[in-house]
Design a binder for this molecule. Structure first.
Ligand code: SAH
Length: 281
C-alpha cells in the first residue's frame, strides 16, 4: 500500500520544548521510530543526554543519539514551511485548527515539498502563547474534556501514528490542495516580517508595543490563515520598507531628528483618521 502523495520522512521534525522528564524524551524517541520517523529536536531540555532517556527509548537509541538540541524554538523550526503546535486545552485566542487526522495528512502531504515541524510543550504547562503563535496550525487530541492532558510521549505517539496512517493510506487526502507554484514562507522569514511589521506600526503611530488589544497576535493569526508564500512575503516586506521611508522623509522635512523615532504628524493623524474604529484587535 502506498499513499499517492510521497511524503518525505526526513523532512518531518518532532520538536519537544523544555521537556522536564528525560523518560518522556526517551518515550517520544521510541514513539517516533515506531511510526517510521526519526528526526527529534529538543529545545532546552532540562536533562539531556542521560541514561534515563536511553532506557525509555529502548531500541530507538539511534533517534536519541541523532537528536538535535537547540536553545530556542525559533532554531528548532528554522527552515520549516509548516509548523503544527499541540495543545492539551482550548486557548483564549482561537487559531486555525486541525484534528489529529487532518494533522497527519497535512504533515505527510507537505513533507513532500518542504520541512515541517510538529511541536510539543512542557509537561507542566504546555506551550506558551507566544510559542503557539509561531505555529501555522494547532492540533488538539480530542481527549476527555474533564481530563484532557495526555502524557507527553503518549501525545507524540498519537500524532505520529496519524502521520503513519496518512503515509499508508491509498485514498487521496481530504486536505490535499492544488500544488502551489511558490513555496510557503519559512518560519524565520515570518518572524522577520512580524518584527518589521510591528516596528512600522509603531513608527506610523498605529500601534504601541504591549498593547492590550493584542494587535500583533491578531495579525499573526491573520498571516497564519493566509499562509503567504515567499514571494508574497517579500512584497509585504517591500511595502513596509516603503512606508518607513515615507515616514522618515517626513521626519527629515520636519527636522524632527532621530530617524529611529519618526514623525508623529501628519502620518499618525492621517493613519488614525483612516483606521479609527476599524481595527478588531
Ligand atoms: N498542563 C499542560 C499539559 C501539558 S501536557 C497544559 O495545560 O497545556 C504536555 C504536552 O503533551 C502538551 O504541551 C502537548 O504537546 C501534548 N498534549 C497533551 N495532551 C494533549 C492533547 N489532548 N492534545 C494535543 N496535545 C496534547
Amino acid at each position: 500500500m502506498s499513499n499517492p502523495v510521497q511524503g518525505v520522512t526526513s523532512n518531518i521534525r518532532v520538536v519537544l520544548v523544555n521537556t522536564s522528564h528525560p523518560g518522556n524524551i526517551g518515550g517520544a524517541a521510541r514513539a517516533i521510530k515506531n511510526m517510521g520517523l526519526d528526526r527529534l529536536y529538543l529545545v532546552a531540555p532540562k536533562e539531556f543526554p542521560t541514561p534515563r532517556a536511553l532506557w525509555r527509548a529502548a531500541g530507538a537509541a539511534d533517534v536519541l543519539e541523532r537528536a538535535i538540541v537547540v536553545p530556542t524554538l525559533d532554531e528548532a523550526i528554522a527552515g520549516c514551511g509548516l509548523i503544527v503546535g499541540t495543545s492539551a486545552r482550548e486557548r483564549s485566542i482561537p487559531w486555525p485548527m486541525l484534528n489529529p487526522r487532518e494533522c497527519g495528512e497535512r504533515i505527510w502531504q507537505e513533507s513532500a515539498d518542504h520541512d515541517v515541524a510538529l511541536v510539543f510543550g512542557r509537561e507542566d504547562r504546555g506551550l506558551t502563547n507566544s510559542e503557539l503563535q509561531k505555529c501555522t496550525y494547532h492540533v488538539h487530541i480530542p481527549s476527555n474534556p474533564d481530563y484532557s492532558s495526555l502524557n507527553l510521549a503518549a501525545a507524540v505517539q498519537v500524532l505520529t501514528y496519524e502521520v503513519r496512517m496518512a503515509s499508508l493510506s491509498e485514498v487521496p487526502s481530504a486536505v490535499l490542495e492544488d500544488k502551489w507554484d511558490v513555496p510557503p514562507a519559512r518560519a524565520e522569514d515570518l518572524e522577520l516580517y512580524f518584527e518589521h511589521l510591528e516596528q512600522t506600526l509603531v513608527d506610523i503611530g498605529f500601534h504601541k508595543r504591549d498593547n492590550p488589544r493584542q494587535t500583533m497576535t491578531r495579525l499573526r493569526r491573520l498571516l497564519s490563515r493566509i499562509r503567504p508564500d515567499t514571494v508574497e512575503l517579500s512584497i509585504l516586506r517591500g511595502v513596509l520598507t516603503g512606508v518607513q521611508n515615507v515616514v522618515w522623509r517626513l521626519q527629515r522635512v520636519q527636522g524632527s531628528g532621530d530617524p529611529s523615532r519618526p514623525a508623529q504628524e501628519p502620518v499618525e493623524a492621517a493613519v488614525k483618521e483612516k483606521t479609527e474604529g476599524k481595527t478588531s484587535a
